[in-house]
Ligand binder design. Structure first.
Ligand code: PMP
Length: 444
């Protein structure tokens, strides 16, 4: 028996021993197609020679130098590369070790920014009911995933939650997608006015929602209206691109496709592509210079900021995503995956929606396609689909999110960008087999 504290104590998973392109291999030699990149992490697959060479080379030169004493070349190079490709006025990069840390840093930076510019009364955060921003207590409070929040609710700060932009469930009959987007974006203005415009610090959102409801993209115009409202009331826009960023949706930053840029953004997952744990927060020069010209010190920090080996690996990753054309490939292969999913599930009686952007795709299971009625939560369909797919050698990321009392069974697909057309076929075949097996066991 191992002394590792596992995620699920009652069902210990197999031991992974090797990665090979899009596949993970367990100790029995069984191969699993990584159809979700873990959780939208492994964008370059599991055996990329360039990333491995970059991190090995850096480990041999300098593994660690604490940022209380030093900067390092890998961290500087990576920051420059990210800013070269970042949208809008993003200008500075603060490195951390993962997504929750990146989002915590974003919240604390927003707060400190307002202290530096003499607006200490700004403290309210507004987020959305369908969202996940990490598991540490600060960002757990910001997320709208009730199941994750519930046990820890007495420890969480107060955050306002407005409607998500979730067209499949939210758009009224006869309402255009654009009008729907404006309506839900305008909830932000209403909440700012309710709280008092001078008291609101930030609005937080995922451009394409990930871990609460498989790959839900916003409708056209939604984020433009959000940006307008934030600008009007001096509220910082924090975009959480931890899951949807780093080429996953076909552009390095997902928000590029919405024609807007944030004041602060968080990235992780695909940044290290699973080769190293690394995340980052990017902010505009306006925010950075408020600190530079004010206290001169961001009152935050973690031991592994700007870790040289992690930064060297991430530099190799981002080089492949940008100059190497891998983000563009995610756009192209994403279109093919969507077409293959529509082909297979477009008429399926229990698949209500097939959506997403790039290689970030989601399916929503419903009991009835016409009424969109979900299956009973007790059936735990999402968990059963995950298990059946895993058994068949496919890793996918199903989840059961509840928004406004509606329980949805979602399946998220986020495969490595290197996947081939044949492998798209493998994913669709195995997923379809898993869904049919599970549905066959559901009482009529
Ligand atoms: N934000 C989003 C949008 C995420 O999907 C996640 C992880 N699923 C996080 C933050 C937290 O990242 P991490 O697990 O690396 O702390």
């Amino acid at each position: 028996m191992s002394h590792v504290f596992p995620r699920h104590t009652k069902s210990i998973p197999p031991r992974a021993t090797r990665g090979d392109g899009c596949y993970l291999i367990d100790e029995t030699g069984k191969r699993y197609f990584d159809g979700s990149g873990g959780a939208a992490v492994s964008c370059l697959g599991h055996s990329d020679p360039d990333v491995i060479a970059a991190l090995q080379d850096q480990a041999g030169k300098l593994a660690f130098a604490h940022t209380g004493f030093f900067t390092s070349e890998p961290a500087e190079d990576l920051a420059d590369l990210l800013i070269e490709h970042a949208p809008g006025a993003l200008d500075r990069v603060y490195f951390v070790s993962g997504g929750s840390e990146a989002m915590e840093s974003a919240l604390k930076l927003a707060r400190q920014y307002y202290l530096e510019i003499g607006e200490p009364q700004r403290r309210h955060v507004i987020a959305r009911r369908q969202s996940y921003h990490g598991n540490t207590l600060g960002v757990l409070a910001v997320g709208g995933n009730m199941w994750r929040r519930e046990p820890f609710s007495p420890l969480l700060m107060d955050v306002s939650h407005i409607s998500p932009c979730y067209e499949y469930r939210g758009r009224a009959e006869g309402e255009s997608a654009f009008d729907y987007g404006q309506r839900v974006a305008n909830e932000l203005e209403a909440e700012i006015l309710r709280l008092g415009p001078d008291s609101v610090m930030a609005f937080v959102a995922e451009p394409v929602v990930g871990a609460t409801a498989g790959a839900v993209p916003p409708v056209e115009g939604y984020f433009k209206r959000v940006r307008e409202i934030c600008d009007q009331y001096g509220v910082l826009l924090i975009l959480d691109e931890v899951m949807c960023g780093m080429g996953r949706t076909g552009t390095l930053f997902a928000c590029e496709q919405d024609g807007i840029a944030p004041d602060i953004t968080a990235i992780a997952k695909g940044l290290g592509a699973g080769y190293q744990p690394i995340g980052a927060m990017l902010c505009t020069d306006k925010i950075y210079s408020a600190i530079e010209n004010g206290s001169g010190f961001f009152q935050h920090g973690h031991t592994y900021i700007g870790h040289p080996v992690a930064a060297a690996a991430a530099h190799a990753v981002v080089t492949k995503l940008t100059g190497g054309g891998m983000a563009a490939r995610a756009m192209d292969m994403g279109g093919r995956l969507q077409a293959a999913l529509e082909d297979r599930f477009g008429q399926h009686p229990h698949i209500g929606d097939i959506r997403g952007r790039g290689l970030f795709r989601g399916l929503e299971l419903v009991q009835n396609r016409e009424t969109k009625a979900p299956f009973a939560p007790e059936l735990k369909l999402h968990a059963n689909v995950k298990a059946a797919a895993f058994q068949a050698g496919l890793i996918c990321y199903p989840m059961g999110g509840t928004v406004d009392g509606i329980q949805g069974d979602h399946v998220l697909l986020a495969p490595p960008f290197i996947l081939s057309d044949n492998q798209i076929g493998e994913v669709v075949d195995k997923l379809s087999g898993a869904i049919d097996t599970v549905l066959a066991g559901v009482p009529a």
